[in-house]
Design a protein around this ligand. Structure first.
Ligand SMILES: [Zn+2]
Ligand SMILES: [Zn+2]
Length: 806
């Protein structure tokens, strides 16, 4: 036997990366695939110096899946790109004092180098960046399609304003009243003209289609909650002056218990309903609320604030007049901006009524006598009381009858309500695609003609936003003033840029067609490759990116631009990598940079180590110890393969053959489910089995190398060649387990506790008594009968029976 060379990933990994590029190994024929498989992962924001270990964790998991599908015979398209516009990148540029037009391409170069170095199966021919005018030309085109269809409108709205970001930020970027990016800066509320996309018109479809999607249940739950459908009714409370206050309620059954009304402080009826003696207090309160952000108004405090308007309205059920208040916990954009307060059956109303000494009237009792019935009693399981002719009805039946009764008098109607809001897509910032609209005094807002796209983002040296709420683009005079495309008169450009989430709402449509210039995507390529086969990404994008992409696809489908309404039929959410028990972040100083690890251990070891930290869909805690174990495993594989290359052909020992088929069975099933950690553990076990038998043989090692290839592609390629194959290991076929051989090693062992059979375990033949005892005690049924008592004696009949005496 000749000497075995040392395993040196620093040499072989770059060699294989060059070879893949040279041989176009990772570039499927997009025009003529046999079994197209679009393996999509969420593209990164190049808003930092480089990728951190959390990005690598996500990309590795998605890359393993793509490589696995390829070995199963699919033509896998795995593209990558850069979500390079937006506030993340712009704020980073501000922080380091370099213009984003210089900084972002530099960051992208670093990201690209890192992505190549970790060994992703990316098709670099189709790389894209959202900042490329050839890309954002079509982002602007997309805006125009929505504008022309009436889905993009301008309206004044209450928005969250971060005085440090100097821009509007989304609700989910407000954390306990503070800016996500500026934890010391309190978010304010401003009223600004903004562009909105009418996503709420698709609320029902967005919700209903969730039932047809094969997605992680956690992501589905987050979307469902975000859309927030609630069934209820609109009820009308009339004032003596003839005003009609319409409230939305999910509990029309409790209307007899409504003892006051609360309007949002911005409600248009506040002014006409305010009594003169209350006007000063009401104004002061409105000003106080205006300074608060929307999220903390939604979350609310136990201590309520509010002001009485000095006027009254009639409860449509009881006929009584009840006082009208304003309070910040009622929001203008939810429901009708007014609620009926039923303090006996709503905790928030209860706190408010208690604080301001307003009447509380019970109208629901629990069905069973003696059940917990303390106020506020919020349960729907009850019967109506103090509700006139509806007494004794269940809540559900009462709600239906009461709405019917009020409807006859035109004071009520059934209604479905959503928590989802329209999507505010304008940003008063610099680093984004300009919204392609021209304002003309004669014509109003006019679409930039499609042949004039892209409206290029002009270079502005000082791109910092100021406090005016006007985008820095307005400072570029030659760009700002323009002829109206409709009448030729004086016009000026829209100076807002669009939200980054618009850039990423359609990038998956562009990837296969990234080299097409005359339209956003080629219809033939789109038909072949879309919708996306599998999308793998983090739940931090569960409600924004994923919801917006679904909405945009639905609109494009409705307008006849794509043939499907759902872009991602299958989606899996990965977990998070934490460090020392906390999420990695710059402010905590616990961000792990992958480069040094890859340099020291190799990309293959690092990839496998990340996947070995915990279940991919749950995440894990990053620690330095443990990486040597993974490296030792690859060292063993290295030696086995070199031994196999020199060994004479020999049939497998029966134990190795059985173990091999068991391993193939397990690694196949686990990889399909993204249970990468347990698949790795199974390969490690197999390697130990082969080593303890008679060392590496070709028959034992070849299937292992194929199974290892998605996880550790470089070493698998290298050793495949050592075994004499000229073609890439990715041209091989995934091994198939022989079920008969895999099962031949299994025996059923009966487990008795004190002489009675309590459970039967399917185990590999020939386990030691100690192993069987340990496995039996891990069995839930056995545990129940052992009940924590110490095992006094164990009797084991090899491969048949275990009796535990407790
Ligand atoms: Zn901020
Ligand atoms: Zn005009």
């Amino acid at each position: 036997m000749g000497p075995i060379p040392t395993y040196d990933p620093a040499t072989i990994e770059p060699e294989w990366q060059e070879r893949w590029a040279r041989d176009h190994t990772n570039e499927p024929d997009l025009a003529r695939p046999t079994r197209p498989f679009y393996n999509l992962m969420m593209f990164p924001y190049p808003s930092a110096e480089g990728l951190h270990v959390g990005n690598m964790f996500a990309f590795t998991g998605a890359d393993i899946f793509g490589r696995f599908k390829r070995l199963q015979g699919h033509d896998v398209f795995e593209p990558i790109g850069f979500d390079a516009f937006g506030i993340h990148s712009e704020n980073y540029a501000l922080a380091v004092g370099i213009h984003p037009a210089t900084l972002i391409p530099r960051n992208i170069a670093t990201f690209r180098r890192q992505l190549r170095r970790f060994g992703g199966m990316f098709d670099w021919r189709h790389e894209l960046s959202t900042t490329d005018p050839a890309y954002y030309k079509w982002t602007q085109w997309l805006f125009l399609q929505l504008f022309k269809a009436g889905y993009a409108t301008r309206k004044k709205a209450a928005v969250n304003w971060c005085p440090a970001c100097k821009t509007v930020i989304a609700n989910e970027q407000v954390i306990d009243g503070f800016c996500e990016r500026h934890p010391d800066v309190r978010v304010e509320q401003r009223f600004l003209e903004q562009w909105f996309f009418s996503i709420t018109r698709y609320a029902e479809q967005l919700l209903r289609n969730l039932d047809t999607l094969d997605w992680s249940s956690s992501t589905i739950a987050m979307q469902r909650n975000w859309i927030g459908r609630s069934e209820g009714a609109e009820l009308v409370f009339e004032t003596p002056g003839g005003e009609r206050i319409t409230v939305f309620t999910t509990r029309p059954d409790t209307v007899f218990g409504a003892t006051y009304l609360v309007l949002a402080p911005e409600h248009p009826l506040v002014d006409p309903l305010t009594a003169d003696e209350q006007r000063a207090d009401v104004r002061a309160y409105q000003r106080q609320v205006a300074a608060k952000d929307i999220v903390s108004r939604k979350v609310g405090d136990k201590t309520k604030t509010g002001v009485f308007l000095g006027s009254y309205a009639r409860n449509p059920a009881t006929g009584e007049t009840i006082p009208v208040w304003i309070a910040d916990y009622v929001l203008m954009e939810y429901g009708t901006g007014a609620i009926m307060a039923v303090p006996a059956h709503d905790a928030r109303d209860f706190d408010f009524a208690t604080q301001f000494k307003l009447p509380i009237r019970r109208v629901v009792r629990p069905e069973k006598a003696g059940a917990e019935d303390a106020l506020p009693f919020e349960s729907h399981d009850g019967v109506l009381v103090n509700s006139d002719r509806f007494d004794g009805l269940s809540c559900a039946e009462g709600a239906k009858r009461i709405v019917g009764w009020l409807a006859e008098r035109r004071l009520g109607v059934s209604r479905v309500q959503y928590r989802l809001h329209d999507w505010c897509i304008s940003r008063q910032r610099y680093w984004g695609p300009p919204i392609p609209i021209i304002y003309c005094e004669r014509c109003g807002p006019v679409a930039v003609p499609e042949q004039d796209l892209p409206v290029e983002l002009p270079f502005i040296e000082d791109f910092r936003p100021d406090d005016t709420g006007v985008s820095p683009l307005a400072r570029h005079r030659e760009w700002y003033f323009v002829k109206c495309p409709s009448c030729g008169g004086e016009g000026r450009r829209e100076t807002d840029v669009s939200d980054t989430f618009l850039d990423s709402s359609w990038y998956f449509l562009r990837y296969p067609s990234s080299d097409v210039s005359e339209r956003p995507w080629d219809p033939g390529l789109t038909r072949t490759w879309l919708p996306v086969t599998t999308y793998i990404g983090g739940n931090e994008h569960a409600v924004l990116h994923l919801l917006y992409s679904r909405f945009i696809t639905m609109v494009l489908h409705e307008l006849g631009h794509v043939e499907f309404a759902e872009p991602f039929p299958k989606l899996r959410a990965h977990g998070l990598i934490i460090k020392d028990g906390a999420k990695m972040s710059k402010s905590r100083g616990n961000v792990v940079v992958p480069d040094a690890y890859i340099q020291k251990w190799g990309a293959d070891t690092f990839r496998m180590y990340l996947m070995f930290l915990g279940p991919f869909q749950e995440g894990g805690d990053f620690r330095d110890e443990g990486i040597t174990g993974v490296r030792r495993f690859l060292d063993k594989v290295w030696i086995l393969a070199h031994e196999a290359a020199q060994a004479t052909a020999a049939p497998l020992a029966p134990a190795v053959e059985r173990k091999m088929h068991q391993t193939i069975r397990k690694v196949t099933a686990d990889t399909e489910r993204l249970d990468y950690n347990t698949a790795i553990a199974a390969m490690m076990e197999y390697v130990n089995e082969v080593r303890s038998a008679d060392g590496g043989t070709r028959n034992a090692v070849e299937p292992l190398l194929i199974m290892l290839a998605p996880y550790a592609p470089h070493i698998a390629e290298h050793l495949w060649r050592v075994l004499g194959h000229d073609a890439s290991v990715f041209r091989a076929r995934w091994p198939v387990a022989d079920e008969r051989l895999a099962a031949s090693g299994d025996v059923e062992v009966a487990v008795q506790v004190n002489g009675k059979v309590r459970s039967r375990l399917l185990l590999s033949r020939g386990l030691s008594e100690g192993d069987v005892k340990r496995l039996a005690l891990e069995d839930a049924t056995v545990q129940k009968f052992v009940d924590g008592k110490p095992v006094k004696k164990a009797i084991y009949v090899q491969d048949r029976l275990l009796n535990l005496v407790v």
